[in-house]
Design a binder for this molecule. Sequence first.
Ligand SMILES: Cc1ncc(Cn2c(C)c(CCOP(=O)(O)OP(=O)(O)O)sc2=O)c(N)n1
Ligand SMILES: [Ca+2]
Length: 524
Amino acid sequence: MPTVRTIAHEFLERRGLTTIFGNPGSNELPFLAGLPESFSYVLGLHEGVVVGMADGYAQATGRPVLVNLHAAAGSGNAMGALTNAVYSRSPLVLTAGQQVRSAIGLEAMLANVEATQLMRPLVGWAGEPSCAADVPRSLAQAVFEAELQRRPTYLSVPYDDWSAELGDDVTATLGRSVRRGGSAGEDQLLELAARLDGAASPVLVLGGDADALGLFDRAVAFAEERDLPVWVAPSPHRLPFPNRHPLFRGVLPAGIGAVSSALDGHDLILVLGAPVFRYHQHVPGPFLPRGATLVQVTDDPGEAARAPVGEALVADPGAVLDGLRAQLPGRAPRETAFVPAPEPAAGERALHPEQVFAALRETQPADTAYVVESTSTNSAWWRQMDLRRPGSYFWPAAGGLGFGLPAAVGVAMGLPGRPVVGVIGDGSANYGITALWTAARYQVPVTFVILRNGTYGALRWFAGVLGTTGVPGTEIPGLDFTAIAAGYGVPATTASDVDDLRAQLKTTSAGPRLIQVDTELTTP
Ligand SMILES: Cc1ncc(Cn2c(C)c(CCOP(=O)(O)OP(=O)(O)O)sc2=O)c(N)n1
Ligand SMILES: [Ca+2]
């Protein structure tokens, strides 16, 4: 007779969810017992790191990813990292062990009381089967919901369910498949194409989701065919367009009025793969420039429904892009002419972040994937970098720190053979620092560059913006990431000057390595 565990393992194997990112407790061991050879388990030492790695892996592979956490304590630890996975629309399937059913109500130790409520605001679906026989179907539902919504889901399973024997009828779930259709209607495409044709100065705004959906190259072709200037939507977690392309105009600022100022003069704003918009610092103002209309194309009904302005078309952005391109004959691709920004001089004791970024640009292979979490150096980053490929840039989608180090490990695992560099602030690094141990344990080939300015630089800047200078809690002096990394098993060095940094970056490493660079404070 099949058991819940054997059926679950077989279903996961058929769906390709055979890499498990996890941190186990006793509740989880009965699920992990007897894993088939095809499965691999990636241990993270903290659940925030586990979810950060799984998020990076899911974004790199474009596939749903299985996560296994320990009851309430482990699930709670994961919630910070989960905020990013929600906004990056990563299809993570979180599973967590639960106390045996008869001991939940009396709140025995390790009872995850109200398990499905704990994660509810973040996950797209949460469930705890009412009996062992419903575990396989519930697991299938968690996987399909994650794939369809492109949002994490959560399944809590009492640990004595896994050994329960089941009748053969339960195998019916094994063969299920669920696919999404969802192009725009012919009439909708024609209407949108006519709007573009009739606009005096249309502009294309691309969101990070356009890269996640694999639209990078098609977006370039579309923009070139229609000669559309291209902005990236505010707070991008991915780069959806080459940032040195002649049609690239920049990353939109994350303020309401500032967005309208940047788009002033355009009469049609076409938004693909982004919420409207992921603002940050609250700067009131007009949502659109005078005389402009906005059309958002997204496959997320929630994004469409909550936008404060404009029209929305809920459809597959890729299908809409292809449909619009079919209205026009193709044009030859353009050469991307890159003119490097002049490098600022180094300070007395430290490098300017732009020097670090120029060194990366000039030493790293063109297909390098960067995982960036350094919150005061964004402007410096875009002034110096020249990224021309899909999947070149990953940023914590909800701004929840602790993504960078773990996600760099997950991206490197998900893109074998592609160089991966994590560019992490000395503040951010601490939130996911145990990812260094996983990188060493599995010898993941990834370079971590730690920008050490001894402060929460972005908060120093925000304090000025908010008129709250002199607030406590923004200085973090004395961190030595070479000693920390050594403690976790990752070889680490410091770069004394820009020539030393370049020389180190020109070497390669079969496993993980960390380079600590002292940098000047800049403004975001
Ligand atoms: C989990 C978490 N905690 C705290 C913050 C608040 N925060 C913090 C603490 C920042 C400073 C990050 O410092 P850093 O050293 O990584 O980078 P910079 O010095 O370049 O700002 S930026 C920011 O929004 C956050 N975003 N996420
Ligand atoms: Ca810092």
